[in-house]
Structure formats: C-alpha cells, structure tokens
Design a protein around this ligand. Structure first.
Ligand code: DOR
Ligand code: ZN
Length: 344
C-alpha cells in the first residue's frame, strides 16, 4: 500500500496552552486534525463554564484563517467544582468532558483532587447527565514507584470510583501499561482509553540510556518494552475501547532542558506520519482509521468527520526539529526512525 485515505482524524487529548504558545501550536494541530479535546491545566486552571467559553474563544482566535478545527473544551475538576455550573456548561455544549487530575500527579495539577470522596456528588451528577470523565490515572503516594503509579491507580482509585458510580463514562487518558490496556478492554461501553503517539514509539530506555533525554520525559512516564508492545497491540487491534489522544504537551526548550525539566512530548507536528509508520510496522494500516478517526467519535457520541485526509508513502519525510514561539523554541518529538508517510 502506498496511499491511505482516512476520515479526518481527531485528537482526544491535547494541550494547547495559552498566549504565545497557543498561537504557535494551534496551527500545528489544526493542519491535520478535525477536533481535539482540550486539556484545562492552564495556570490558573479552567474550572468554570465561563472560563471554558473564554478559552475556547482564544483558541478560535489563534487558528489560521480558514482552518476548520473544532476545540472540544473540558473543565478541570477540583474539590470545589460547582456541579450545576458543570452540568449547565455541558448542556449548552460549552464543554465536552471533565478532567480529573489527582493533585500533584503532573504539570499544573496542584488544584486537582486530593480526597476523591469530596468529588463524589459531582461524579454522580456527571453520570446522571452523561458527562464523560477524562482521568489522569496515576497515584501520587510517595511509597509507590513512579513506574507502578498507573497500575496502582486502577486498583486503588479508578475501579472503586467506577463501581461506586454506575453509568459514569470514563476515559483512561494516555494509558502506558499492559494493566491499563487490559482494564480498558474489559470495561464495557462506558470505558475508553486514549493512547499517545509517543508511547507507541518509545520505552523508558529513550529517556535514560546514553544520558538523560528530557524531550522523551512525559507523564505517565514511558514504561518497559513489554508495555509499549501491549500498547501497540491495543492501538492496532481496531478494538473500539482505544483511540488516539496525542497528549501533545509543548514546553519551551529551556524548561525541558533543565535540572527539573517539565513533563511532556510535543507531537502535534508529526503525529500522523509517525502513526502511519507504526501501523505499517504492525501490518495494520487498514486499522489506522479505527484508532485515529472512528473510535473516538464513537465513544463520545459525535459524528465521524465527513472530510478526509490522505497519506502517501515515499522518500523519508522530514519535519522541523523545533517550532518557534514568540517566547522561544519548542522541540518536536523525534521518533528516532525514518518516516515515509506524508500527509497530503
Ligand atoms: O507529560 C505530560 N505533560 N503529562 C501530563 O499529564 C501533563 C502534560 C503537560 O501539561 O505538560
Ligand atoms: Zn495531558
């Protein structure tokens, strides 16, 4: 196969930030994707319907002339979230989902949830009103090894929440383990999982072998090879439980190349070329559309995009190593392999 055509893909987990960074990265996603679920972990976080609406306007203003890209907004769940405001914002179409960050789990998660019992009434209102919960699934307990934090979260937090809140629709965001793959598969139609592009490409060696490589550091951190292989099997299986959420998470280079570097891989620019390469390596190009274009809208109850994207195979395609923002450069994720699929 040297050409494939897909319904235009969507990105079900994306960080666009704000200000100069937003203006630099929004066009990178809008070039290839139809819609994206926009993460609310700004400083301060997006916690009300009014803030989500204002952020949506700033995103639309940052898009290039003529772009046909729809940001799907989320609210950042806190222990103070007003459930009536949340339900109303969902009813009015301002938000598509709500994001749960355990406090301290990742970038700008300080306002997240410490005591999961405190958000129980909000989760119940979400279940009643069909508002999906996107979950950053890592415990933060100091005694849990960082490589075990996802698997422990499933047992200690996620499974109890789902049992206590029947009907709550949950997306396990950016799963990185075989345990995440298995739990998502067995969860039925109310449970989905996003998988990033970079977790299909790298294992933890990319971060640690031959010196510390900060541009491969993200959260949840990449795990052992056996987990990467489980993620590849899941993504390329066609199973409707799994869909693309790039978690493209730009940080200025000096903040990554730092004694305390930020977590995040910026993949918006080259994600589709990388995915085509991965799916071809797995002999599953015919299932790329399920992962990138069909399963996400199916989970969220939205129509599949009506326009198409074509990828053509040829000589290696190159992407810029960095993109420029008014505040400095952002390194584009280097997949450490030649890419042959060009997005037309
Ligand atoms: O690597 C990550 N970067 N993981 C997250 O959960 C947050 C994100 C960010 O906002 O930079
Ligand atoms: Zn994220």
């Amino acid at each position: 196969m040297t050409q494939i055509t897909l319904p235009r893909p969507d990105d079900w987990h994306l960080h666009l930030r704000d200000g100069a960074m937003l203006r630099a990265v929004a066009p990178e996603t809008a070039r290839h994707f139809g819609r994206a679920i926009i993460m609310p972990n700004l400083v301060p976080p997006v916690t009300t319907g009014a803030e989500a609406s204002a952020y949506r306007d700033r995103i639309l203003a940052a898009l290039p002339e003529g772009a046909r890209f729809t940001p799907l907004m989320t609210l950042y769940l806190t222990e103070e979230t007003d459930k009536d405001d949340l339900v109303q914002a969902h009813r009015e179409g301002i938000i598509t989902a709500v994001k749960l960050y355990p406090a301290g789990a990742t970038t700008n998660s300080a306002s997240g949830v410490r005591d999961f019992d405190k958000v129980r009434p909000v989760l119940e209102a979400m279940a009643e009103n069909g508002v999906p919960l996107c979950v950053h699934g890592e415990v933060v307990d100091a005694d849990v090894d960082i490589f075990d934090r996802e698997a422990v979260f499933i047992d200690r937090v996620l499974d109890p929440i789902r049992r206590a809140t029947p009907g709550l629709r949950v997306v396990m965001e950016h799963i990185t383990t075989a345990q995440g793959v298995d739990y998502a598969r067995e969860g039925g139609p109310d449970l989905g999982a996003t998988i990033t592009t970079h977790h299909l490409v790298i294992n933890r060696n990319a971060i640690l072998v031959g010196g510390i490589k900060p541009h491969y550091y993200c959260l949840p951190v990449a795990k052992r090879e056996e987990h990467r292989l489980a993620l590849r099997r899941a993504a390329t299986s066609g199973d409707p439980s799994y869909f693309l959420g790039t978690d493209s998470a730009p940080h200025l280079d000096p903040l990554k190349e730092n004694a305390c570097g930020c977590a995040g891989c910026f993949t918006a620019t080259n994600t589709l070329s990388i995915l085509a390469e991965v799916f071809e390596q797995e002999g599953a190009l015919d299932r790329l559309s399920a992962f990138a274009s069909l399963n996400g809208p199916n989970f969220y109850g939205l129509p599949v995009n009506s326009d198409k994207v074509t990828l053509t195979k040829g000589d290696p395609v190159t992407y810029p190593a960095k993109i420029d923002t008014a505040d400095g450069p952002v390194t584009v994720f280097d997949p450490m392999m030649p890419l042959h699929w060009r997005v037309e």
